[in-house]
Design a protein around this ligand. Sequence first.
Ligand SMILES: CC(=O)N[C@H]1[C@@H](OP(=O)(O)OP(=O)(O)OC[C@H]2O[C@@H](n3ccc(=O)[nH]c3=O)[C@H](O)[C@@H]2O)O[C@H](CO)[C@@H](O)[C@@H]1O
Length: 367
Amino acid sequence: MSATIVFTGGGTAGHVSGNLVLIPKFLEENWDVHYIGSEQGIERKLVSDHKEVTYHTISTGKLRRYFAWKNVTDVFRVMKGIFQSYQLIRNIKPNVIFSKGGFVSVPVVLGAKLNKVPIIIHEPDLNLGLANRISLPFARRMSTTFLETSQKNAPSKAIYVGPILKDGFTLADKQRGLAFCGFTYAKPVLLIMGGSLGAQGINQVVKNVLHELVNTFQVVHICGEGKVDPSLSTLEYKSYEFVKSSEMPDLLAMADVVVSRAGSNSIMELLTLLKPMLLIPHTNGGSRSGQLAHAQLFQQAGYAEMLLQEEMSDQSFINAIMKLYENRFTYRDTMKQHENGGGANKVMNLIKEVSHQDGRVQESRQV
Ligand SMILES: CC(=O)N[C@H]1[C@@H](OP(=O)(O)OP(=O)(O)OC[C@H]2O[C@@H](n3ccc(=O)[nH]c3=O)[C@H](O)[C@@H]2O)O[C@H](CO)[C@@H](O)[C@@H]1O
């Protein structure tokens, strides 16, 4: 092994996806790759596809910005997680820790700091997430998906790299996407996705207006775990709980227009594939301002239309989709002017640079 890396991040797919892009690249270069995540979180399932990665679990608690009794018990769970991370990292002796954020990452970052292991965090959102806000003072560097984030937060540590996208996006294939859904070229395709955890509000409105949507489109809908309604399935409407990340690029390539939450990775993938998008930002809980800011930025740039969930009705949903479809070529032309490639390689170089600066790569070779 040339060196050892520990990845962390989880809670939603958005806090794992960049890691899933980087892991195969480090494995290819013979790094010893470990992941520290939670027992039940989505990260465990997603990372399990990579058999060469050693997955370690720690106790975690949710970071809430509001008062709840669970905050009290969660303090103890987080303390336990810090202790477990400290011991794990002391045994693994990694050269570097890479954190993609989410609440599971905080104990790992603190455990790394206590072991004096260099930490790099990646911030995928325009506004710093709570976990990364806590982690930033302990991190050596922070890579960012948005240029504005690197300019506004700790510019001496921050480096803009753009989104960490799967290589699959450059090879995405419309025909494979159509075959996956059993669709044809007869009608345009509308892809509806409610973020990696699904979106109940969007699912309900889709159900209400499906009969109208299929007059114009073939519709593929990613609903979230346990939310598929098999009684709605037809030749022109396919729904899935979650689509494997290896299959996602083909599904996006197949779409003529997309309705989506405004999670950072999703909107950057759509921008890369020049997909006109109707963004319905997540409006509950902590990430409210985060997704709203993304949607506003993309709307102002001319890449997207935005519809607020609290203002959404069956009719406004249909109207927004039809407007998007009618103006699809204008959105595409505007998106062509945006350049956001190469993020994964830039982060990889940063990780190697920090590992080497620290001198630990040479040390571990001698062992
Ligand atoms: C509710 C919430 O907290 N949302 C946050 C979460 O979003 P969320 O977890 O939805 O993350 P993103 O939209 O950023 O990314 C989702 C990723 O999952 C993939 N995918 C999605 C569906 C599917 O069936 N298969 C699949 O592979 C997408 O291609 C994408 O790569 O993390 C993002 C990144 O920090 C934030 O911007 C969001 O605000």
